[in-house]
Design a protein around this ligand. Structure first.
Ligand code: SF4
Length: 319
């Protein structure tokens, strides 16, 4: 059963009745609970995002910015009250999985995650966002060739699994960029690239934005790390003090642009800037950029060995 803060039905329907699947054990039960969690993520933003939005709302002193924040929060309340996704574009679903090699259902987990997307598409419901390349056919299930995207990290000796769910809308995917530079271009060039990309493309992603920057030695790794960066909880910093300082500098600078919520005039176009990094080849310096929108639908759930679960991103929700 799903119970959101505020009591049964706060994130939707009377879930026991509506979900109609009593079996919460084994592969079927895990799939059902994962699907319910995906549905929750589509309707309710994680606590850290709501907290930061609330902070920025208080700082916004112009009438236009205040009106926009009022409408964003009214939208979130209506999503809860009406049990609907908080944006019509429920995105393409990505999973970032840290799986203990001792997790009992590890061999079924890939199929569980795929089936959970199909089930959540009906349960939530989610918009149909999987269009097959070349055939240009929408599958109608949010499942298609290589989507949902699943990134796996295996943890030796672990026996639980932590799954991050992310819903990337079209507007927030559009600004995604990657570049590979000569190292002599320096970190200043990465900062310039971030500013240019936010100024040129950020408005498509419905600010205020979570800006993720991946720094590595190759384009594919930089791109992947930029996506991982937007999944980090707001308020956390890069473990290297120089990385943390660059995050703060970028965040401060971007918030001086005069771009406010929804890209209109205002104080803060950025909820957070996060950097993830990997060691690079001596001859290359790659930077990837991903952006999350104000409706940053991200959630983290941990399933334990006995298949009980803990939700790390949304207070008061159980599945
Ligand atoms: S960018 Fe985000 S809030 Fe804007 S339409 Fe897309 S999914 Fe919705």
């Amino acid at each position: 059963m799903v119970v959101a803060a505020g009591g049964p039905g706060a994130n939707g329907r009377d879930t026991e009745e509506a979900d109609g699947m009593a079996d919460c054990t084994g592969v079927g039960g895990l799939t059902e609970r994962m699907a319910r969690f995906v549905a929750v993520v589509s309707k309710r933003l994680p606590d850290d995002v709501v907290d930061r939005l609330s902070e920025l709302r208080l700082k916004e002193d112009g009438p236009l910015g205040q009106t926009i924040y009022d409408s964003l929060f009214a939208n979130l309340e209506q999503a809860q009250a009406l049990d609907r996704p908080c944006c019509q574009d429920t995105g393409v679903i990505s999973y970032f999985v840290r799986a203990g090699t001792g997790f009992p259902l590890l061999s079924s987990l890939h199929q569980v995650l795929v089936d959970a997307v199909k089930r959540a598409t009906v349960l939530a419901p989610l918009r149909h966002n999987a269009v097959e390349i070349f055939d240009e056919v929408n599958t109608g299930t949010n499942v298609g060739e290589r989507i949902p995207f699943i990134h796996w990290e295996l943890v030796d000796d672990g026996d639980d699994v932590e799954i991050e769910v992310y819903m990337a809308g079209g507007g927030s995917s559009l600004p995604g960029r990657v570049i590979t530079l000569m190292p002599s271009a320096g970190y200043e060039s990465i900062a310039q690239y971030v500013f240019d990309t936010v100024v040129e493309w950020g408005i498509n992603a419905c600010p205020p934005l979570v800006v993720g920057v991946g720094i590595a030695g190759s384009s594919e790794l930089a791109a992947l790390l930029s996506k991982k960066a937007i999944l980090r909880p707001i308020g956390t910093r890069h473990p290297n003090p120089k990385g943390a300082a660059l995050e703060q500098l970028l965040e401060h600078g971007l918030n001086q642009l005069g771009m406010g919520p929804q890209g209109l005039a205002g104080r803060s176009p950025v909820l957070a800037v996060h950097i993830e990094s990997a060691a690079r080849h001596p001859s290359t310096l790659s930077a990837g950029i991903s952006m999350g929108c104000w409706a940053h639908r991200r959630g983290t759930i941990r399933f334990h060995r006995d298949l009980s679960s803990t939700i790390l991103s949304h207070r008061g929700v159980v599945v």
